[in-house]
Write a protein that binds this ligand. Structure first.
Ligand SMILES: Cc1ncc(COP(=O)(O)O)c(C=O)c1O
Length: 361
């Protein structure tokens, strides 16, 4: 792929390591299942796994991601977070020594085809209030009966997932209590905490924590006192500059109109790269290191920015940061009515990723 278009996502692996260390400091008695699904939240699964090799295991969403990790030589436990989607995946699960979430009766039925010589680690998922995946309390007896019909050797662990750990403390607390009640007499490891709960609810850390977004340096919690390091910096360059007169509009739909003589920088970044189309006028863009307001609609390949304040210094080729080291992805997400997860995962294929090490002294 030629890299002449100036947009690039730089991935700082030192930041990933530092963020993992913060997770370990917050949950010193728990193992860490680093969540690296969706191509490592858009950062590139292999490079993320390499940087996070000090994690105790990896969580992914598909067998393809898991096999990619095995092919790269990672020997860690790898958990398929939604389990398998059909029985046909079982031979690959066994040959790649993958661990499975089991969240429904159909998935238990798949396991009944395995012989008693096979060995498998499974994570039983309990529905403690999110109502998306897992067994509810009243399904547990039927679940136990069904699992007793599996003949292969099973190592059984237990997990659940918080629906709203970043905002609803009471609901989160009820979910945790429900989980602890359900598993109090069960053997095997237990896991519940995502990034938000790792930061706010130490009682939920249990045997394994499952951080995702915080590893990539997005905060989740407005009130967090942590200094997580942004991992991805998405940057590009100014490719055109023009003055527009008072009353002239900029971009599709003429949605923004200059109220005075304004210098507009056109930047090579658009929704075709994963920059959010719903970012409104006023969303900050760092041009030459200064916060300047986006103006007009985001197009597929370009955005337009009011750089009047930089008239003396800005030029074609000036560096633009869309989010990252100096501009929090959370801020851009909030402005655009979305979450950092979506922005990070949504950086498209055509944006080259480049590995960088931290420039910290
Ligand atoms: C089962 C499970 N555990 C943990 C996580 C990590 O969540 P977060 O990125 O909020 O830390 C996810 C992410 O969606 C998940 O699906």
């Amino acid at each position: 792929m030629s890299n002449f278009r100036p947009i690039i996502a730089r991935i700082n692996s030192s930041a990933l390591k530092a963020n993992l260390n913060q997770v370990k400091a917050l949950a010193p008695n728990s193992k860490v299942l680093a969540i690296i699904k969706a191509n490592g939240y858009g950062h590139g699964i292999a490079r993320v796994a390499k940087a996070l090799s000090q994690a105790d295991g990896f969580g992914v969403a598909s067998i393809d991601e898991a096999i990619q990790l095995r092919q790269q030589g990672f020997l860690h436990p790898i958990v398929l977070l939604e389990g398998i989607y059909s029985e046909a995946e079982l031979p690959l699960v066994l040959s790649n020594r993958l661990d499975l979430v089991v969240h429904c009766f159909e998935q238990i039925d798949y396991l009944k085809s395995l012989s008693k010589h096979e060995q498998l680690t499974i994570w039983i998922k309990l529905d403690t209030g999110m109502h998306r995946l897992g067994f509810t309390s009243n399904q547990i007896p039927a679940f136990e009966k069904s699992i007793s019909e599996v003949t292969c050797s099973l190592n059984i662990n237990w997990m659940s997932h918080f629906a709203s750990a970043d905002i609803e403390i009471e609901f989160t607390d009820i979910q945790l209590k429900t989980f602890l009640n359900q598993v109090s007499t069960k053997l095997g490891a237990k896991s519940m905490a995502n990034s938000a709960a790792i930061q706010t609810l130490p009682e939920s850390h249990l045997d394994w924590v499952r951080p995702g977004i915080m590893l990539y340096g997005a905060y989740t919690m407005d009130s967090a006192k942590l200094s997580l390091k942004p991992v991805m910096t998405l940057s590009s360059q100014v490719i055109a500059l023009r003055w527009v007169q008072q009353g002239q509009s900029v971009g599709y739909g003429n949605s923004w109109t200059a109220i005075q003589l304004t210098l507009i920088a056109t930047v090579a970044a658009g929704y075709g790269d994963g920059y959010p189309r719903h970012a409104p006028s006023g969303t900050p863009v760092l041009v030459c290191g200064e916060r300047m307001p986006l103006v007009g609609r985001v197009s597929m390949d370009m955005i337009t920015v009011d750089v009047t304040a930089l008239a003396e210094s800005v030029e074609i080729g000036s560096i633009v940061e869309l989010w990252g080291e100096n501009l929090a992805v959370d801020e851009i997400a909030k402005q655009s009515g979305t979450i950092a997860y979506e922005l990070l995962c949504g950086v498209t294929q055509r944006v080259p990723r480049e590995d960088v090490m931290s420039r910290e002294k």
